[in-house]
Design a protein around this ligand. Structure first.
Ligand SMILES: [Zn+2]
Length: 869
């Protein structure tokens, strides 16, 4: 055989061709393939002499009209949206003058106010190119995407360029607190001022101006283009105005935690109200899972416009309730059972019932539902009335369900005569069986007692009243509809003989039988002419029995409607749960500031107005809401921020001797924003006290407070101080004294710390954090008692507070609002912000010479940090 040579190699290429021919069917049977010409071996040969010349050679496709259609469309669009190419240039990668990430940009909008911020991302997507600006508004980090070619964007200006070009394409790391630039407001204002000056002398060289040439810019009316219009005003006016406008226009969407425009928020609110209303119409109780807490970085102290207290009556659920029965003379009622202290959830009930009537010019009756003498106490009657007054509401009259005992009894007899009620002797187990057994799976039936005649029933019912039956051996049942799917219609109880037979707070031993809530409540509503009986969705099923009874017994028909109850995460509200906490001495009592009874909320120093505005913010729907505790704190903080004075307080004082200080009086305003709050004097002494946590023996680069050789600012004092030496207690190692001097030459200090002069009063400060470790203490294995946070209270026994406190105490209540009016100051209405520490109120344990303070809320969400100062 010849050796394998190059010339033979192509043979291998023939293989597939041979295989192909082998696979060729000998004859084509299919009709559809019949017409195919048979391929011969010759034809299938790759380099057979082919009929090449027969092929029509098609040349290249005709030149397209557009080489790159997408690019062309983009360009066409850009020609319209960016005729001067100014915006493309501003973000072009080739333009050395272009804006980059890290620059501070100002975007002027056609509608709404301009927004400035650090550009942290540029997304180049042709016509869809966008920039992400980050700023801080009212101490909340806010980011906004702007499409640079959007017709709504009027102009983009570079306020400040980053000195060194950022090495990254995206500066998202700036979201971290460590790198956050915070507010760029001051830079923007300075820029606007200088620009205002430049404007007089000619060009500014910014994009905004280029566009003006194009005739696109229009300045219409005040507020449309806030910045340009105001640049002719004195700088201070402008600053205030802008700050105010920015604060008002951006609002926090409480449900998502985003900062959105006023319009957007309105839209969202309406959408949610609609959704809730649909759910209400369908009779569905939308059970909200735990609402998303506000993202952590947005939980900073923030000032927000005051919520319209009437908004919840003007729109949404309560507006619909009114429309269903637009009475001229609205009468509502608040019907607490006087068997415990009211809690946070009740404040919603109070606000809805009293507020609804007040908004429509009606009245509200406070009716004590005292139909259960076993649990009622006089102290609760008093506490409930005080709480309502504290919230700023006044009942038109105070009534008692017990006032109607005789009338109710007579109506029960009437019902017996109508054959709509019967006396039953079945016990609990039997009754359960009648109602379908444990799982409700077996058929429901009525007991033999249901067939008793009217005379027997009447006789037995009167016998119950007259003591013929032992407690719990007989009860009056409504004869409703056992087949009805609603358990509230399964012959529920109307009258019972209480087990303990304790004398009633108001009627003594006159009655042995008492009506149930289900029987008494609807009838009392009718007696009192209640037009709108508003209660929580727990009573949704009860509406059937409510109407069933009223239709049979009375003429005036009130209308019951149900709203979603307010619940807070991370705590417990019911009195049954709080009781063991008190018994185990985990809390100080019903009014312990860590609890959420209204007494506790009051003692903690939360102003009634803050509580109300929290409820106004939440609004009213049929959804049962679990509100995050942090959101509650945030709401309270916002309220306090604008309404209480500021003082300096040092939790753990150590002395600092400023060696070159001269004693002098300083006049210090109570509020940096509100001059109406007035001011007070502090004597600057040579020896002052600062917080132990604000001093370090060993300095480090990332530390900006006092350390040997380091300078720190002191609040309200013109010069910063520099520590020169310190002395330590040999035994304990604790710092005893620090010596310092003024640093009059140095740079502006990075941090200012609080201090108090020598001779300032001491105070015991109680700082509270969450009582439970988890958000759902009841779901913890072994029950909520296993979830108790052992460190929920920290006491600083030797804190010092500046003497301005005495004036705050003299001038309390702060603020003077709702149920706290001048002359009625409670200790808890002595409130202030201890700068850099927290918000505080005077505790009821205080006396004339002893100051005990409770933390109302921390300054920031981070509890650990703020309690340390
Ligand atoms: Zn029975």
């Amino acid at each position: 055989m010849a050796p394998t040579t190059h010339s033979l190699r192509p043979l291998s290429c023939w293989k597939p061709i041979f295989r192909h021919t082998r696979l060729q069917p000998a004859a084509t049977r299919s009709l559809t393939t019949q017409v195919q010409p048979k391929r011969t071996f010759e034809e299938s040969r790759p380099f057979a002499p082919t009929r090449k010349s027969n092929f029509k050679i098609i040349g290249p496709p005709p030149a397209l009209k557009f080489k790159e259609p997408i690019k062309d469309v983009t360009n066409a669009q850009l020609a319209i949206l960016d005729p001067t190419s100014a915006r493309s240039n501003l973000f072009s990668k080739t333009n050395p003058e272009a804006a980059h990430v890290g620059d501070i940009l100002l975007v002027r909008l056609k509608t709404g106010d301009p927004f400035a911020g650090v550009c942290i991302n540029i997304r180049r997507r042709g016509i869809d190119t966008g920039i992400l600006l980050r700023n801080e508004l009212t101490r909340i980090g806010v980011e906004m995407w702007f499409k640079i070619y959007s017709p709504n964007v009027e102009g983009i200006e570079v306020v400040q360029r980053k000195e060194k070009r950022a090495r990254r394409a995206r500066l998202t790391y700036m979201r971290k607190p460590k790198h956050d630039m915070g507010s760029v407001q001051n830079i923007v204002l300075a820029y606007q001022r200088s620009r205002g000056a430049l404007r007089g002398s000619g060009g500014t060289g910014t994009l905004g101006k280029d566009e003006k040439k194009g005739g696109k810019r229009k300045v219409k009316g005040k507020g449309k283009s806030l910045i340009l219009e105001h640049s002719d005003y004195p700088a201070s006016v402008m600053a205030d105005d802008i700050a105010q406008q920015l604060t008002i226009k951006m609002q926090l969407d409480k449900e998502t935690g985003e900062m959105v425009s006023k319009n957007e928020l309105k839209k969202r609110t309406q959408k949610r109200a609609k959704k809730a209303a649909v759910a209400a119409r369908n009779g569905v109780s939308v059970s909200n899972p735990v609402q998303d807490p506000i993202p952590r970085d947005q939980l900073a102290t923030a000032e927000e416009p005051v919520v319209d207290p009437d908004a919840m009556f003007k729109q949404g659920f309560l507006a619909e309730v009114y429309e269903q029965r637009p009475s001229k003379n609205i009468v509502t009622r608040f019907p607490p059972e006087p068997n415990g202290y009211l809690h946070l959830g009740h404040s919603k009930a109070i606000t809805i019932n009293f507020g609804f009537a007040r908004y429509h010019g009606g009245k509200t009756i406070l009716r004590f539902d005292d139909t259960n003498p076993d649990a009622e106490k006089e102290e609760y009657f008093i506490a409930i009335q005080e709480t309502i007054r504290w919230l700023g509401f006044a009942p038109s009259e105070i009534t008692y369900a017990s006032d109607n005992f005789q009338r109710l009894f007579d109506l029960a007899e009437e019902l017996v005569k109508q054959k709509n009620a019967y006396v039953c002797h079945c016990n609990e187990a039997e009754t359960k069986l009648q109602r379908g057994g444990e799982k409700g799976a077996s058929p429901r039936y009525r007991c033999a007692h249901a067939n008793q005649d009217v005379e027997t029933n009447l006789e037995k019912f009167r016998g119950m009243r007259d003591g013929k039956y032992a407690p719990q051996s007989a009860w009056l049942r409504l004869k409703q509809d056992i087949e009805n799917p609603n358990p509230q219609m399964w012959d529920i109880a109307a009258y019972r003989i209480p087990k303990d037979q304790r004398p009633h707070f108001r009627t003594g031993t006159k009655w042995r039988v008492y009506p149930t809530y289900d029987f008494a409540h609807c009838l009392c509503d009718s007696f009192e002419g209640i037009t709108h009986s508003l209660c929580t969705t727990e009573f949704l099923m009860s509406r059937d029995s409510y109407e069933w009874l009223n239709h049979r017994l009375v003429d005036f028909q009130p209308m019951q409607r149900e709203y979603g109850r307010l619940n807070l995460t991370g705590t417990i509200l019911s009195k049954r749960d709080i009781q063991p906490l008190i018994e185990e001495k985990i809390v100080r009592g019903w009014d312990d500031p860590r609890l959420f009874t209204l007494k506790a909320i009051q003692r903690r120093g939360i102003p009634p107005g803050a509580l109300l505005s929290f409820i106004y913010e939440l609004g009213v729907t049929t959804a049962k809401s679990f509100v995050d505790n942090r959101r509650f704190q945030q709401s309270v903080r916002q309220y306090l921020e604008r309404s209480v004075p500021r003082l300096m307080l040092v939790l753990d004082p150590i002395p600092v001797v400023i060696e070159d200080a001269e004693e002098q009086d300083l006049d210090i305003p109570f509020s940096p924003k509100d001059s109406k709050m007035g001011s007070h004097k502090i004597r600057l002494t040579k020896r002052i006290y600062i917080d132990r946590s604000d001093f370090r023996e060993v300095d480090s680069k990332d530390y900006f407070r006092l350390a040997p050789g380091k300078t720190v600012g002191l609040l309200q004092i013109p010069y910063p101080v520099k520590a020169v030496s310190f002395t330590k207690d040999e035994a304990s190692g604790a710092i005893v004294e620090i010596k310092a001097v003024y640093d009059k030459e140095g740079k502006k200090p990075k941090t200012y710390i609080q201090w108090v002069p020598e001779g300032s009063p001491t105070a015991e400060v109680r700082i509270h954090t969450a009582l439970f470790n988890s958000d759902q203490p009841k779901l913890v294995a072994g029950g909520f008692m296993n979830d108790v946070n052992p460190n929920s209270e920290t006491i600083w026994p030797n804190a010092m507070i500046e003497s301005g406190f005495y004036e705050v105490r003299r001038r309390a209540p702060w603020p003077e609002a709702e149920g706290e009016k001048l002359g009625e100051a409670s200790l808890a209405s002595v409130r202030f912000q201890a700068m850099r520490v927290a918000y505080f109120a005077l505790d009821i344990d205080s006396t004339d010479d002893r100051i005990v303070l409770n933390q109302i809320v921390p300054l920031k969400e981070d509890l650990g940090k703020s309690s340390k100062g």
